[in-house]
Each structure stands twice: as C-alpha cells, then as structure tokens.
Design a protein around this ligand. Structure first.
Ligand SMILES: C[S@@+](CC[C@H](N)C(=O)[O-])C[C@H]1O[C@@H](n2cnc3c(N)ncnc32)[C@H](O)[C@@H]1O
Length: 314
C-alpha cells in the first residue's frame, strides 16, 4: 500500500447517499487523495460545481484539472466564510470523510505513526505553529490524562499521563520513539533515535499506541471543535432536499454526528411538536453503515469507518 495517497472508504454508498444532481453545487470538506471528489466530478454535468477543502497543502498534489473544480486550502470550520467568498449561498450536498489519510501515516517525518522514529509533529495544517511536542511540553497532567481517556479511550490514561509528566521533567519528549519508550517503560526520556528508525513494539502493544497517537492528534488539531463548527455551518448552508454525508472513524465524533443529524443541534436535544412528531432540519437516511467484509479485506483501514447520511427537510 506504499505510495498510495489514500483509498476512500464506502465510496459507492457515500456517493449514492449524496444523490448527486448533475447541475448541483457540492462541497467535499476533506479532499485528501481526491478519491471521493473525483467520483463526484464524474457524476456532475457541465454546470455542476465542486469545492474541495483540505487544510493540508500536500493534498493539493492530487488536484483535479477541471474548470468545475475549486480547491480550498483551509480548515473546514471556515466553510461558511469560504462559500461567502465564492458567492455561494446554498449547496446541494456536503461530504466529510473525517480524520487523516494513509498519506499521513506513511509520511514518517510528520510524526503520526508509532512505527518509525520521527519528530512529534502531528500538525494537519503545517502553517500551525504548535506541534504535538509543544503540546506534550505544555499540557498539565490532569488535562493530558483527560485527553488520553476521552479521545484515546485509554482506561489507564491517568497512569500514562503521569509517566509522560515524570519523564519530561528529565528531558522534553520531542520524538515518536521517545514517547513510545516513555509510555511503555517509564523512566527518564531516552536519547532520540534517528528519524526513520523502526520502533520495536510487541503486537499486543500496538492497539493502545494507536489510540495514544490518535488522542494526541485529535487534541492538537482540535478535530472535535472543527467538526462542531462545520456541522452548524453545513446545516445552515444545505438547500432543502440537499444531502450531507459524513464518514467517521472514532466513537466520539460518530456520537456527535449521530446526535446532530437526529436533532439538528449540537446538544442532540430532539424537539417535538404538540403531537410528538420530531422537529429536525434533517431526515436521516443512513444510520451508521459500515464497510462489508469484502471491502475490509481489500482495504483494512475501512474497518472503522461509519457512514451517516441525512437530507435537509423542506
Ligand atoms: C480520510 S482523509 C479524506 C480522504 C478522501 N475522502 C479521499 O477520497 O482521498 C481526510 C482528509 O481531511 C483532511 N482534514 C481533516 N480535518 C480537516 C479539517 N478540519 N479541515 C480541512 N481538512 C481536514 C486531512 O488533511 C485529510 O487529507
């Protein structure tokens, strides 16, 4: 799978869920390798338009040479501002395929993977100043424990946070290999290994390390904050009959999306009319579809994807 920028998960059901109108205006909020965007373009007619966002400028390597397509190098939390800039008031469909692409894990020097030694960077937007190493230097133990527990679902988040804080007192934790060593073994922060050195871990340790790295990434890039802002903007920008399709990879983001699509608000508070009918700006069409066995076999990373689709009500 080396050198593949990304393989999109649940491609067909996502496209079907969006119900692409040939002359419609669409937004792909997470361009990445462009797999979903290209499939949307194939269904668009001459007058259709697609705006594809990505906060990571490396995604622009996959640009689509087509006058109907526009790349927006921005965090999708600024969806409304950018659409105002392009003079677009309402859109027919919005897609978000959250998180990171294969490319991020495969780009060793960006520090998303616990498999190789690298600086602890983890920024999705390279224009951002603060890296994961800065975050680990600055965060207090209590906040760190909370992040590991909530975003990493690590039951022993408190113990890991304590190890990190003890070790950083001897020497800052600046690389992926130093972090792995500290959480697995405790003690003083070791010397950093040269970038690209494989990190030896036992198979049984991989799941928790993946969760630890995921938790730090989510916190550093404020992924849930961006998702909340984007959901509200998307609700307000969708035309009646327009569709929103969201692919999530983490239980917290999935719960947020599920409650939002059911209720139309971030609190997930369902309003009802006098007769008990649910009053929501959305009609939910797809309630957490997952990849089938054949797709997981072909693309193991699709295993954790969950698709939710809703239609904006008249
Ligand atoms: C799972 S990949 C998308 C893959 C894409 N659907 C494809 O077919 O290749 C997620 C992408 O969204 C980008 N991304 C994540 N959060 C973002 C945000 N808040 N704003 C803009 N882009 C974001 C990441 O940089 C990454 O390229």
């Amino acid at each position: 799978m080396e050198n593949v920028y990304h393989i999109p998960a649940l491609l067909e059901p996502t496209l079907d869920g969006l119900n692409i109108q040939p002359g419609g205006v669409y937004v792909d909020l997470t361009f990445g390798g462009g797999g979903h965007s290209r499939a949307i373009m194939q269904r668009l007619g001459e007058n259709g338009r697609l705006y594809s966002f990505d906060q990571d400028i490396e995604a622009y390597e996959n640009r689509i040479d087509d006058a109907r397509w526009t790349f927006v190098h921005s965090n999708f939390r600024h969806l409304r501002n950018w659409m105002d800039y392009y003079g677009v008031e309402q859109v027919d469909g919005i897609l978000a395929d959250l998180g990171v692409s294969f490319h991020h894990f495969d780009s060793v020097e960006r520090g998303f993977s616990f498999r190789f030694a690298a600086p602890l960077d983890m920024r999705l937007n390279q224009q951002q100043q603060r890296t994961a190493a800065d975050m680990l230097r600055e965060m207090d133990e209590e906040a760190l424990a909370r992040v590991l527990y909530l975003y990493g679902e690590l039951k022993d988040g408190r113990r890991l946070a304590a190890r990190i804080c003890r070790s950083r007192a001897s020497r800052p934790i600046e690389t992926t290999d130093q972090l792995v060593s500290v959480v697995l073994r405790g003690g003083e922060t070791p010397e950093a290994l040269p970038t690209g050195t494989p990190i030896e871990v036992l198979p049984a340790q991989k799941k928790d390390l993946a969760r630890l790295f995921q938790a730090l990434r989510i916190e550093l890039n404020d992924e849930l904050g961006a998702l909340r802002e984007m959901l509200c903007a998307a609700r307000d920008m969708l035309r009646p009959g327009g569709r929103i399709a969201i692919l999530t990879y983490h239980s917290l983001e999935d719960r947020l999306v599920k409650n939002f699509l059911r209720s139309g608000n971030l609190e997930g508070k369902v309003e009802k009319d006098f007769y008990g009918n649910v009053l929501s700006p959305f009609r939910v069409l797809e309630k957490g579809r997952v990849a089938d066995e054949e797709e997981v076999e072909r693309n193991p990373r699709s295993r954790s994807a969950k698709l939710r689709v809703a239609e904006k009500q008249e």
